[in-house]
Design a protein around this ligand. Structure first.
Ligand SMILES: Nc1nc2c(ncn2[C@@H]2O[C@H](COP(=O)(O)OP(=O)(O)OP(=O)(O)O)[C@@H](O)[C@H]2O)c(=O)[nH]1
Length: 329
């Protein structure tokens, strides 16, 4: 075992593509002729219709989004309702994004008219306690339309898939009700399949949340926005392609001088060549596959590096924060 890993490591070093010096990285990413329209799954149109219908019953919208992409990938359909409902933007998974970008992001969001923003980490319940008082303040300072007589707050949680909507609801219940999970959490986009019934998250004040299935913008602004959403797990990997996603991730890491991948996978220097990097990923993680090779004298079984598995692991490392805290916008 040791010997073939050693041999593969040597092969990875010798047969590598050109390694670029820091500063010699790609300055733009070539998306080829990819069309982001094909990445929008049809069933989301239904989710969007259900969401619109439920919106009428909500006092406040809590929009959860990924702080890796605080400025892109949000659903423009929401703009229609933002004007008439109190709106709070929760940038969840703050533990994974670059904290140095927070003030710039807040300023840019403010310029876009997004005034109420909270960064949270639902795995550690960080900042989640700020949400209920802020929602109460926002609702109380705006006309409550048909709900003027009600003393309870009904909040609708919306956002693209996989941003942590269910995790936020569970975190609120843990903090305010000392209760466990009410809604399933999953690492794959689309875990929340149907619009759920109301879930109580707080006693005083009485607050109910309505969880919704993650819904992508029906029309992505451009291919790059789609790629960023895919990196954040909002679009299923196989729709976009793990190989190109890994390449785009490497491009961004190098652009932002985030070279943590070198140490993680034992690269001697930074590289802009995804195949070269994935070679190291595969070797470091022992991602190999047996391949049958037909030769003139018969079949030979060979152990080869599994680049697809390596690309998948590279993406997983990014999503778990092992490649550093990164803001893509
Ligand atoms: N690092 C980190 N991971 C989180 C956080 N919140 C949620 N996650 C993870 O993100 C993934 C998606 O979480 P969910 O709560 O299922 O997301 P969702 O938005 O309800 O997903 P859909 O149902 O697909 O729309 C899960 O693997 C969670 O464990 C967070 O604050 N930090």
């Amino acid at each position: 075992m040791r010997r073939w890993v050693g041999a593969l490591r040597a092969a990875a070093t010798v047969a590598s593509g050109p390694c670029l010096e820091s500063g010699g990285f790609r300055t733009r990413f070539d998306f080829g002729s990819r069309d982001a329209a094909s990445w929008f799954p049809g069933h989301m149109a239904k989710g969007l219709r259900q969401m619109r219908a439920s919106l009428r019953r909500a006092d406040c919208l809590v929009e959860v989004h990924d702080p890796h992409i605080p400025l892109s990938g949000r659903n423009p359909v929401l703009q229609e309702v933002l004007g008439i409902r109190p709106h709070l933007l929760v940038l969840n998974k703050m533990d994974l994004a670059d904290p140095r970008q927070q003030s710039r992001v807040l300023e840019q969001l403010r310029q876009q008219g997004c005034l109420h923003v909270v960064f949270t980490d639902c795995q550690r319940d960080s900042n989640v306690k700020k949400i209920v008082p802020l929602v109460a303040k926002l609702v109380n300072s705006s006309p409550r339309y048909h709900r003027a007589e009600s003393t309870e707050y009904s909040i609708m949680v919306i956002g693209v898939p996989n941003v942590g909507k269910s995790s936020l609801i569970n975190s609120l219940r843990r903090l305010h009700l000392k209760k466990g999970k009410a809604t399933a959490v999953g690492g794959e986009p689309g875990v929340t399949k149907a619009v759920l019934t109301r879930i109580q998250v707080c006693e005083t004040p009485l607050v109910y949340l309505v969880d919704t299935p993650g819904v992508l913008p029906p029309k992505l602004a451009d291919v790059e926005t789609g790629m960023k959403l895919a990196l954040c797990g909002a679009i299923r990997d196989h729709l976009v392609g793990e190989d190109i996603m890994a390449d785009y991730l490497l491009y961004v890491l190098n652009q932002q001088q985030q070279f943590g991948y070198m140490e993680l996978y034992g690269l001697p220097e930074a590289s802009d060549n995804i195949r070269h990097v994935l070679k190291y990923v595969a070797v470091a993680l022992g991602k190999t596959q047996k391949v049958k090779v037909l030769t003139g004298t018969g079949n030979v079984n060979m152990t080869m590096l599994d680049y697809s598995a390596a690309a998948y692991e590279f993406l997983r490392a990014f999503r778990a924060g092992r490649l550093g805290r990164l803001t893509l916008d």
